[in-house]
Design a protein around this ligand. Structure first.
Ligand code: HEC
Length: 184
């Protein structure tokens, strides 16, 4: 007989098989009580508090799929700032010199297009606002759309470059146009 085993239980012997009354193993009890605690927290989160229910989760997933179909998750300022970090400043600079300087001036001081080195903007000075103007242009005002000429990476690189020009106040700049941006 195993040393660790307690006494066999009285009257619990069938066909030579004895039953013992050993305590349940610690790991088993831990798992058992763990599942009870988990079910309680689960209930609180999903039924009492505002955890997303299946319908909401489905809606969210479908929205994500829709946005993927439209060419990737929607951009926002935060995502663009992160992309700026990983884009090449030299690339942004050379695209600017080749495609933008003719209208916005070599330093961004403004020529046909507005001064990009002040803190006034017609369409907004946030990363997303700039990205959108650069991609879609303002046709009736003479700003061409660039989304078909530049790859996504190139658009991000040139937007990053222009975003950095903000507030550098190039010499002989065109007078400010648009509304002043709140200091960030
Ligand atoms: C043919 C001339 C021209 C070229 C080339 C051009 N722009 Fe513009 N850009 C303009 C004009 C004009 C506006 C003003 C639009 C308006 O008044 O709404 C403008 C507006 C902008 C604005 C918004 C400024 C604001 O105050 O909100 C940004 C940013 C900008 N351009 C960036 C660029 C970048 C980057 C490039 C190169 C990829 C570029 N532009 C190329 C003419 C040009």
């Amino acid at each position: 007989m195993n040393q660790n085993q307690e006494k066999p239980m009285e009257g619990h012997e069938y066909d030579g098989i004895q039953e013992f009354d050993n305590p349940l193993p610690g790991w088993w009890l831990l798992t058992f009580f763990g599942t009870i605690i988990f079910s309680f927290l689960y209930y609180l989160h999903y039924e009492v508090a505002s955890g997303p229910n299946q319908e909401e989760q489905l809606k969210k997933s479908l929205a994500a799929i829709e946005s993927l179909k439209k060419g990737g998750p929607a951009l926002d300022d935060e995502k663009l700032l992160a992309l700026f970090q990983s884009s090449s400043p030299d690339k942004g600079k050379s695209i600017y010199a080749a495609k933008c300087a003719a209208c916005h001036g070599a330093q961004g001081e403004g020529l046909i297009g507005p001064n990009l080195t002040d803190t006034h903007f017609i369409h907004g000075g946030s990363p997303l606002a700039m990205y959108n103007v650069i991609s879609n242009g303002v046709l009736d005002k003479g700003m061409p759309p660039w989304k078909d000429q530049l790859s996504f990476d190139d658009s991000v690189a040139v937007t990053a470059f222009v975003y950095k020009l903000k507030g550098t106040f190039a010499a002989n700049g065109r007078p400010p146009q648009g509304t002043p941006e709140k200091t960030q």
